[in-house]
Design a protein around this ligand. Structure first.
Ligand SMILES: O=c1[nH]cnc2c1ncn2[C@H]1C[C@H](O)[C@@H](CO)O1
Ligand SMILES: [Zn+2]
Length: 331
């Protein structure tokens, strides 16, 4: 099968984890940020998480340099544009990109400037390529909570006009959802959709809580519902879409090897599973590669692929009009 030609949808892609290495070098040089290397080949080992990463926290260390070059509006706009350009060039028809607005305030940018720059980059790419996009605002669970509502307020201006959802990312501790109930509630009241990174680091209960306590309509990864019957059943009953990211799931040790990934079991049991990149640079991947990995590993057919594609369309936070457009590619 020609995986490159297939129409694709990426619902789980982090902006800061998906910057072209060459762009990081150029932006660091412009901003006088010291680099560990000044050419693409030598800088890649500093940006790509190794297969031998022991856990998610080690994986997250690869984000320091990307975040350092994302502190002015032009850089953020360029990075967003280039990400959509790269995706469009491999037939990604729709992508939801997520980022943590609070990470980009180190040089005085306002939340509005940060969010507005990402939206502007997406719009520029939409004009040039056959791709559509929206943003998801991520809150890092490790950061102080005092500015979370500011992020929600700033993004509200762009709601359903570039911004669609609220997310919690970074390290995953057991029971984290309880601390975030008022913030998720506030986001829901404003009109955001909710997707939460949960069940990535062994805690199935977190998936249950993300759906039950935080109103999540989708779950980032969700792998560890395998060990939690209640969470598994809730995902199945509510048809909560799981945003799996095969390469990243191996790197962060959500699974030890791809063959142990529950993707096919989920698919065969009619759980809504989707295929996504997570981080094109940090996980050194593309949508073409992620689709190929899953299809080859689990011997899925073209018909299976389009079933998964349709689940991605239905689970997306796109407008009805965009969803109808995306469904036209589903054959
Ligand atoms: O796979 C992930 N799990 C949890 N957090 C993640 C993952 N990939 C990236 N992040 C974090 C690091 C980024 O700085 C942040 C916002 O994109 O989200
Ligand atoms: Zn993620």
């Amino acid at each position: 099968m020609n995986y490159f030609d297939l129409p694709k949808i990426d619902l789980h892609c982090h902006l800061d984890g998906s910057i072209r290495p060459q762009t990081i070098i150029e932006l660091a040089q412009q901003q006088n940020i010291p680099l560990p290397a000044d050419n693409v080949e030598d800088i890649k080992p500093h940006l790509i998480a190794p297969e031998t990463c022991p856990n998610l926290d080690e994986y997250l260390k690869c984000f320091a340099l990307p975040v350092a070059v994302m502190q002015n509006a032009e850089s953020i706009e360029r990075i967003a544009f280039e990400l959509y350009e790269d995706a469009a060039r491999e037939n990604v028809k729709y992508m939801e990109v997520r980022f943590g607005p609070l990470l980009h305030m180190q040089q005085g940018l306002t939340l509005d400037q940060i969010i507005g720059s990402v939206v502007k980059g997406i719009r520029r790419a939409e004009q040039q390529y056959d791709i559509h996009g929206n943003c998801i605002l991520s809150i890092l669970r490790t950061m102080p909570k005092d500015q979370i509502n500011d992020v929600i307020d700033a993004g509200a201006k762009y709601l359903n006009n570039g911004v669609v959802a609220f997310d919690l990312a970074a390290s995953e501790l057991p029971g984290f959802c309880h601390e975030f109930i008022p913030y998720a509630q506030y986001a829901l009241e404003k009109g955001y959709k909710v997707t939460i990174h949960a069940g990535e680091q062994g805690v199935g209960q977190n998936v249950y809580d993300a759906i039950d306590l935080l109103g999540a309509e989708r779950i980032g990864h969700g792998i560890h519902i395998t060990g939690h019957a209640g969470a598994y059943q809730l995902v199945k009953d509510k048809q909560t879409a799981l945003e799996t990211c095969p390469s990243s799931n191996v790197q962060t040790k959500a699974v030890n090897r791809l063959e142990q990934h529950p993707f096919k079991d989920f698919y065969l049991d009619n759980l809504p599973v989707t295929i996504n990149t997570d981080n094109r640079t940090v996980s050194n991947t593309t949508m073409t590669e992620e689709v190929e990995k899953v299809m080859e590993q689990f011997q899925l057919s073209r018909e299976d692929y389009f079933n998964i594609y349709q689940v991605s369309v239905e689970g997306s936070f796109a407008s009805e009009e965009v969803k109808q457009h995306l469904l036209k590619f589903a054959q």
